[in-house]
Design a protein around this ligand. Sequence first.
Ligand code: SF4
Length: 240
Amino acid sequence: MSPRKATALAELIAEENSLSVIASKPERRLPEQGLSDPVQALKIIREDLGDCTRCILHQQGRKQIVFGVGNPKAELMFVGEGPGADEDEKGEPFVGRAGQLLNNMIKAMGIEREQVYIANIVKCRPPGNRQPERDECATCSPFLMRQIAVVKPKVIVALGATAAKTLLAMNSSMIQLRGRFYDFRPTGIPRDDSGWGGCKLAVTYHPAFLLRDARQKGEAWKDLQMVMKELGMKPAKATT
Ligand code: SF4
């Protein structure tokens, strides 16, 4: 065999060996995977997060990490951008004025806040309520993805552009993003044997934006009606 052919053969064998190593490499399982109790699974994710210092938001005045709240088996999940001052104070997402509006939106759908799960893209308050930076979203959102994979909702509603763009990895405007469902699977989560293959995701305006521009409330209600139809829900009867 000529030296040239021998080299080519050696390269081919090396490539095949490396491919077989990649193919046989087991997927990394997450510590909460395989647990049937979502409360326990969420607890494990919270413990894993710890007193997190993974992004710069840990040293920009946060009082506490705002993990998420609600029904660990919720069919409907709301995801916002990040905690504000009230949320930072209380350690719970959506408890300020925007939270009150979100509660009213949930009530108008004919359900209670306790029936849904609520979380944010970043779990620490950005200073001055600025938008979280892309790298902060990228660093924090894997924990949200794990929460979603535990709760296994049927529908996620992304509240505002930051939540929508991060979850969908798309850089479109709210006008382009709203008005339809997306098939969603949390990224970075190895497949498990639960049979959950992902969910639908809809985009609507963040309640804080609706407080600033009440004219868009009708548009947000259209988005929620689309979600209700998907989940077979009936709106609450208007009280007089
Ligand atoms: Fe950690 Fe998320 Fe807080 Fe950043 S925002 S410090 S990644 S918990």
